[in-house]
Ligand binder design. Structure first.
Ligand code: GDP
Length: 469
């Protein structure tokens, strides 16, 4: 790579969480001098003669002063995370020990690592491609089964392999197109245009699927935003409380989580649902009347799912139909929820529910459920609908894109492929076609970093990591 970012420095950082209460901290070094520098402060076995992938007990000393008893793990490049020599020192988890040890290693020639620098080196040294490196950050940030699964798949090269296949197919064709150019005036076609067109079609289908998967991927990664809307006294806060109640016991056990943010989300079978803007809902009645239609629309705009609550005493079917049409936007999942079915005469479904269904299915919604918001069992059906709706977004056996950078690159690649397609229709000469194909290739390759990636882009990507990763 000609990014000029690979440096000869040996870097050092705390690899475990700073300030956490755990028993052990791990300090990591990577670079040419990693083993020599560690050996200079370590009393125990001579690390320079120790084989790779071995662990050694000993002490760290600053001159005569004993700093800690430690375990040192050795990984000799290229058989390490960064592909360089890597040393991991497990110390007792004391802020004092960590500071002293890192200070000592810096004094002996290491340099403090920047955010994401270990993973950046892994990428620059060919240990992983860019999308895999990004997945490392996602994996570390993953908080539930679904986001963990997607990040793990991406880290292990799921998306890279798919993109690699596409690249190879395109490269083969560009090579043939370019060969035609060598023959100049002679009117030869090495690249079969019909086959080429079929290939472009096939690639477009793959890319469109990947782009579509982003809606799901993004929802999984950041949680599915849900808006609860309805008239005053429809039971919005009651429903929210019922949904949150079961979770609360689990949530409050997680040390270090902020209750304020966690409280308003639930985790259903590994998928997080975030109830947006619920502050108003809890204190005042967050109703269309109270917050105004524009505000309600804004709120719904931020949501992927709208839970619209009504009941058969305070609402009319016309009102509900009108408001859903007003609030709807393309792609919004609308779940109509008729509340208070436990009240006398509140049986479900009644004529009102049927009228609403008739007017709104299937263009605005395809889910209507009757509940009693006060009753946990009754809310189960609603939970299942929520889960089903999100799972429907996932395409079977499909790689899932969770990264905005990737989806943008894919969109550009798709545009370029469309230009190739138009070019084929217009029977453009090979050099012009090759130009558009190279454009598509550039965008596809930028996802995995198979072309030189701008320093600024790398800076942005790896800057999001913490120091030590
Ligand atoms: P909000 O204004 O939409 O947030 O409505 P609330 O959740 O504050 O509920 C308004 C009133 O309806 C309260 O007195 C609730 O106890 C009551 N309520 C909510 N859900 C139900 C239900 O399923 N059945 C019955 N019988 N009452 C309910």
């Amino acid at each position: 790579m000609s990014t000029g970012l690979v440096s000869q420095d040996t870097i050092v950082a705390l690899a475990t969480s700073p300030g956490a209460n755990g028993a052990i901290a791990v300090i990591r070094l990577s670079g040419l001098q990693a083993i020599t520098i560690t050996n200079g402060v370590f009393k125990g076995k001579d690390l320079l003669s120790a084989p790779s992938h071995t662990i050694h007990f000993g002490t760290i000393r600053d001159g005569e002063e004993l700093i800690d008893e430690v375990l040192v793990s050795l990984f000799k490049g290229p058989h390490s995370y960064t592909k360089e020599d890597v040393v991991e020192i497990s110390t007792h988890n004391s802020t004092y020990i960590i500071e002293r040890l890192i200070g000592l290693l810096i004094k002996k020639g290491a340099r403090a690592a920047q955010a994401g620098e270990f993973t950046l080196r892994a990428f620059l040294n060919g240990g992983m491609d860019l999308s895999q490196a990004e997945a490392v950050a996602d994996l570390i940030a993953s908080e539930n089964k679904a986001s963990h699964e997607i990040a793990m798949n991406q880290m292990r090269g799921g998306i890279s392999n798919k993109l690699q296949q596409m690249r190879e197919q395109l490269i083969n064709f560009t090579a043939l197109l370019e060969l035609e150019l060598d023959f100049g005036e002679e009117d030869v076609e090495f690249a079969d245009r019909a086959q080429f067109e079929a290939l472009i079609q096939e690639l477009k289908v793959h890319i469109v699927k990947l782009i579509q998967s982003f809606a799901y991927g993004n929802a999984i990664k950041h949680g599915v935003p849900v808006a609860i809307i309805g008239k005053p006294n429809a039971g919005k806060s009651t429903l929210l409380n019922t949904l949150l109640d079961e979770e609360r016991a689990i949530v409050s056990d997680i040390a270090g989580t902020t209750r304020d943010t966690i409280e308003e989300s639930i985790n259903l079978e590994g998928i997080t649902f975030r109830f947006i803007d619920t502050a108003g809902l809890r204190e005042t009645a967050d109703t269309i009347e109270a917050i105004g239609v524009t505000k309600a629309k804004e709120k719904v705009r931020q949501a992927k799912v709208l839970l619209y609550l009504y009941d058969d005493k305070d609402n009319t079917a016309e009102e509900v139909i009108l408001q859903i049409k007003e609030l709807y936007y393309e792609g919004l999942i609308v779940i109509l929820v008729r509340n208070k079915i436990d009240l006398e005469g509140g049986y479900y479904p009644n004529d009102m529910d049927t009228a609403i269904k008739d007017a709104l299915f299937p263009d605005y919604s395809d889910s209507l459920v009757g509940i009693s918001a006060k009753d946990t069992n009754s809310v189960e059906g609603l939970k299942n609908i929520l889960l089903d709706k999100i799972r429907e977004m996932a395409i079977e056996d499909q790689h899932i894109i969770t990264n905005t950078r990737h989806v943008e690159a894919l969109q550009h690649a798709l545009d370029a492929l469309e230009q190739v397609e138009q070019g084929l229709d217009m029977q453009l000469p090979g050099d012009l076609l090759a130009h558009h194909v190279r454009g598509a290739l550039r965008y596809i390759s930028s996802i995995t970093g198979d072309i030189d990636v701008d320093r600024d882009i790398l800076g942005t990507i790896f800057g999001k990591f913490c120091i030590g990763k």
